[in-house]
Design a protein around this ligand. Sequence first.
Ligand SMILES: *Cc1c(COP(=O)(O)O)cnc(C)c1O
Length: 389
Amino acid sequence: MGRSYSYGRQSIDEDDRRAVEEVLRSDWLTQGPAVGRFEAALREACGARHAAAVANGTAGLHLAGLALGWGPGDVVITTPITFLASANCILYAGARADFVDIDPVTYTLDPARLEERLEQHRRAGTSVKAVVAVDYAGLPCDWAALGALAQRYGFQLVDDACHALGATLDGDPGYGVKRAQIVVLSFHPVKHITTGEGGAVLTDDPALDERVRTLRTHGMVKDEKRLRQNDGPWYYEMHELGFNYRITDLQCALGVSQLRKLSGFLTARRRIAEQYDAAFATDDRFVIPARRSAASHAYHLYPLRIRLERIGRSRAEVFARLKAAGVNCQVHYIPVHLQPYYRERFGFRPGDCPVAERFYAEEISIPMYPGLGSDDVHYIVEEIRRAVA
Ligand SMILES: *Cc1c(COP(=O)(O)O)cnc(C)c1O
């Protein structure tokens, strides 16, 4: 019947197209007023004092590590169940990456395992500079526990919130900036809102925000108060080695328009999650994603675990059957510590993070995006049941 679903996709409407076209007719395609408008809208939506929009989420993570002063000799810990960029940003800064296993229920960084690892590093005399925690699938981490450990052991926290725009903790969408020095967002088309490519660095610390803004544009300084000398109105200085990680006005205009629709997008995602929960919660061949009582889940993904021992079929077979029915799933994620680059360079091995490795073996991310209607979800549920039967 020609049905075809992916695990995620953008929702673009007439308002979005109009917003981009307006920029095309204006004087500024980049470095213009739409960037500031998008940043103001992000501050408002995320309850953050500062927001710097950047080229993509990976650039945001890179700038976060540089602004926080990571470098050789520092260890930075992250979760293996994440996109490569959460770990790669540690290497970009010249620091050493380490991985701590996930909680078996929430799939986010396990604070108990983290504490054990911090003790090991302490005994070995290595300094853990920071932890990059990921609000996996859109479920906030246990930020109270992470915050308490950060205080006790004296490390920085980064919230990789690329999955979690619109999530709340105790009703607060600003939970990330209140607990982490820096929060990073992505606006890739599969995420909650899109700018094509795009990202943002949020913080409540004005000094970090200034550092991120300087590094975003070549380390250039134009603010008179910060110049070492001043030759005239054309004058600028380079104070550190930065990058061109800017985002365009075309993208930011799209971002402003998309952000207006965020609450509707979240409602749609949560409605779809409820339909999936109702279909799979009482079926012992599946494990549905957990919720946390104080948190509202943003459902970037719907990670469904298949209890392979109960169905007598491999995940690859289930995946192939679904694909044949037009239900194109994905797996999130291949544990980062098992990537050849990380194994070969740093000696990580299977068994280092057993909970994450088991999770990887059983997980499929089934379609989750606002454009899915009840009828689509019904079809997908039936095909999943058929694929495991
Ligand atoms: C999408 C994503 C990123 C990277 O974002 P890009 O905008 O694609 O660079 C980083 N971390 C996580 C967890 C992500 O899902």
